[in-house]
Design a protein. Structure first.
Length: 385
């Protein structure tokens, strides 16, 4: 598939098959299976994500389960599974990843019907192998897995679990720390955004089209996503059923250093910039997360003076949205509500987006200006703008 085939659909329609006809059917994906972060201290990171984000204990693997080189805590909320992994060996690949990148996303695992076929389909089209197809099993059945490399040090692992009935994967046991803060209403992963180097966006858009059969859902150029000082460009890639959406960002030339450039500098290369998680009640979710210490980007009060002129009638109380700093945008299918955390670690790299969709299928283009100005204010405070 040529790159021109990816970019011809820009004025998308979700009501028809216009976009998804462009995606190929050779790699059916049922959803995100889990996201694995390499972290400096998995026990402490698990406590943070439970306390601040409302994740719940699910599974554990470490010294007590016979694992000698690392430990992993698995947390769950709604359909989101978060794996937090820390190495014991300072010379291991995991330790190297941490030294270079700090805490960050290593594995975006995809739930498939056939992990062996997913590997063959992608590697035969040019993907670099990360994990050869293999089967692991225990008394609860078997899991088939395989994997490929994508941008930076990020990888996709294909997980086939139709013949497994255990808690997570073989080698993991049920986790129950006795600490069970209530969840915050997070339901599933809406999309995950990758930041890549200048000139690489089209390369990785073509990778997802050619290697994985994705289609280009929408393209944003530097006129769509810009302020007086910075800009970026983005292509949103989606699989055939729309369950998986991967926006790919690259920096654009501007007067000052963009958020993508800041990320690339501190992450030391391409990687996952943010995880967007969906909720059915964003006011509840954000009020809970703020009470638990999660920091969000500041939205100027003036944003709300004209927002209803732009988005029209909404069900929510605008004063309540303003109180919590929740932004609103509309497309032809409906509207959405969204808010962005500050980076969740000391390096200004990984952050989270909280989103509630009320029919809208887009990504908040009308909020880009306010969002970028808020991000630039944070960059200025850090001295990285």
């Amino acid at each position: 598939m040529e790159l021109t085939d990816l970019t011809e659909v820009k004025n998308f329609s979700y009501s028809g098959a216009k976009i998804f006809d462009k995606a190929q059917d050779f790699l059916p994906i049922n959803g995100t299976d889990y996201v694995e972060l390499y972290v400096g201290n998995a026990k402490q990171a698990a406590h943070y994500y439970k306390t601040a984000f409302g994740f719940q204990d699910l599974a554990y693997a470490g010294l007590e389960t016979g694992l000698r080189d690392r430990t992993s805590y698995v947390l769950q909320q709604g359909k989101i599974r978060l794996v937090l992994t820390t190495p014991f060996d300072p010379e291991s690949e995991i330790a190297r990843h941490l030294r270079l990148h700090g805490d960050g996303v290593k594995v975006i695992a995809l739930w498939v019907d056939d992990a062996y076929d997913a590997y063959e389909q992608t590697v035969s089209r040019g993907a670099q192998s990360y994990m050869k197809p293999h089967t692991i099993s225990d008394e609860n059945g078997e899991i088939k897995m395989s994997g490929i490399h994508t941008y930076g040090d990020t990888v996709h692992v294909f997980v086939e679990r139709k013949n497994y009935h255990g808690i997570f994967l073989p080698g993991f046991e049920k986790l129950d720390t006795g600490y069970h803060p209530g969840d915050a209403g997070l339901r599933y992963i809406d999309h995950m955004v990758g930041n890549v180097e200048l000139g690489s966006m089209n390369v990785w858009a073509e990778f997802y089209a050619k290697i994985m059969g994705f289609a280009n859902l929408i393209t944003f150029d530097d006129k769509d996503i810009s302020t007086e000082y910075t800009a970026l460009m983005s292509k949103v890639m989606t699989n055939g059923n729309g369950y998986i959406k991967f926006p790919i960002n690259e920096p654009a030339i501007g007067k000052k250093k963009s958020q993508v450039e800041e990320y690339l500098d501190f992450y030391r290369g391409a990687g996952c910039q943010h995880i967007a998680v969906a909720t059915n009640d964003i006011v509840f979710t954000i009020s809970e997360m703020r009470k638990r210490g999660v920091e969000f980007l500041y939205v100027p009060g003036s944003y709300y003076d004209t927002v209803l002129d732009r988005v029209g009638i909404i069900e929510e109380d605008l004063a309540e949205l303003k109180k919590w700093g929740i932004m609103v945008d509309r497309d032809e299918e409906g509207y959405l509500l969204q808010i962005f955390t500050k980076p969740v670690e000391d390096r200004p790299t990984l952050f989270f987006e909280i989103i509630q969709r009320k029919g809208a299928k887009s990504f908040g283009k009308g909020n880009f200006q306010a969002l970028f100005e808020s991000i630039e204010a944070e960059q200025a405070r850090r001295g990285t703008l």
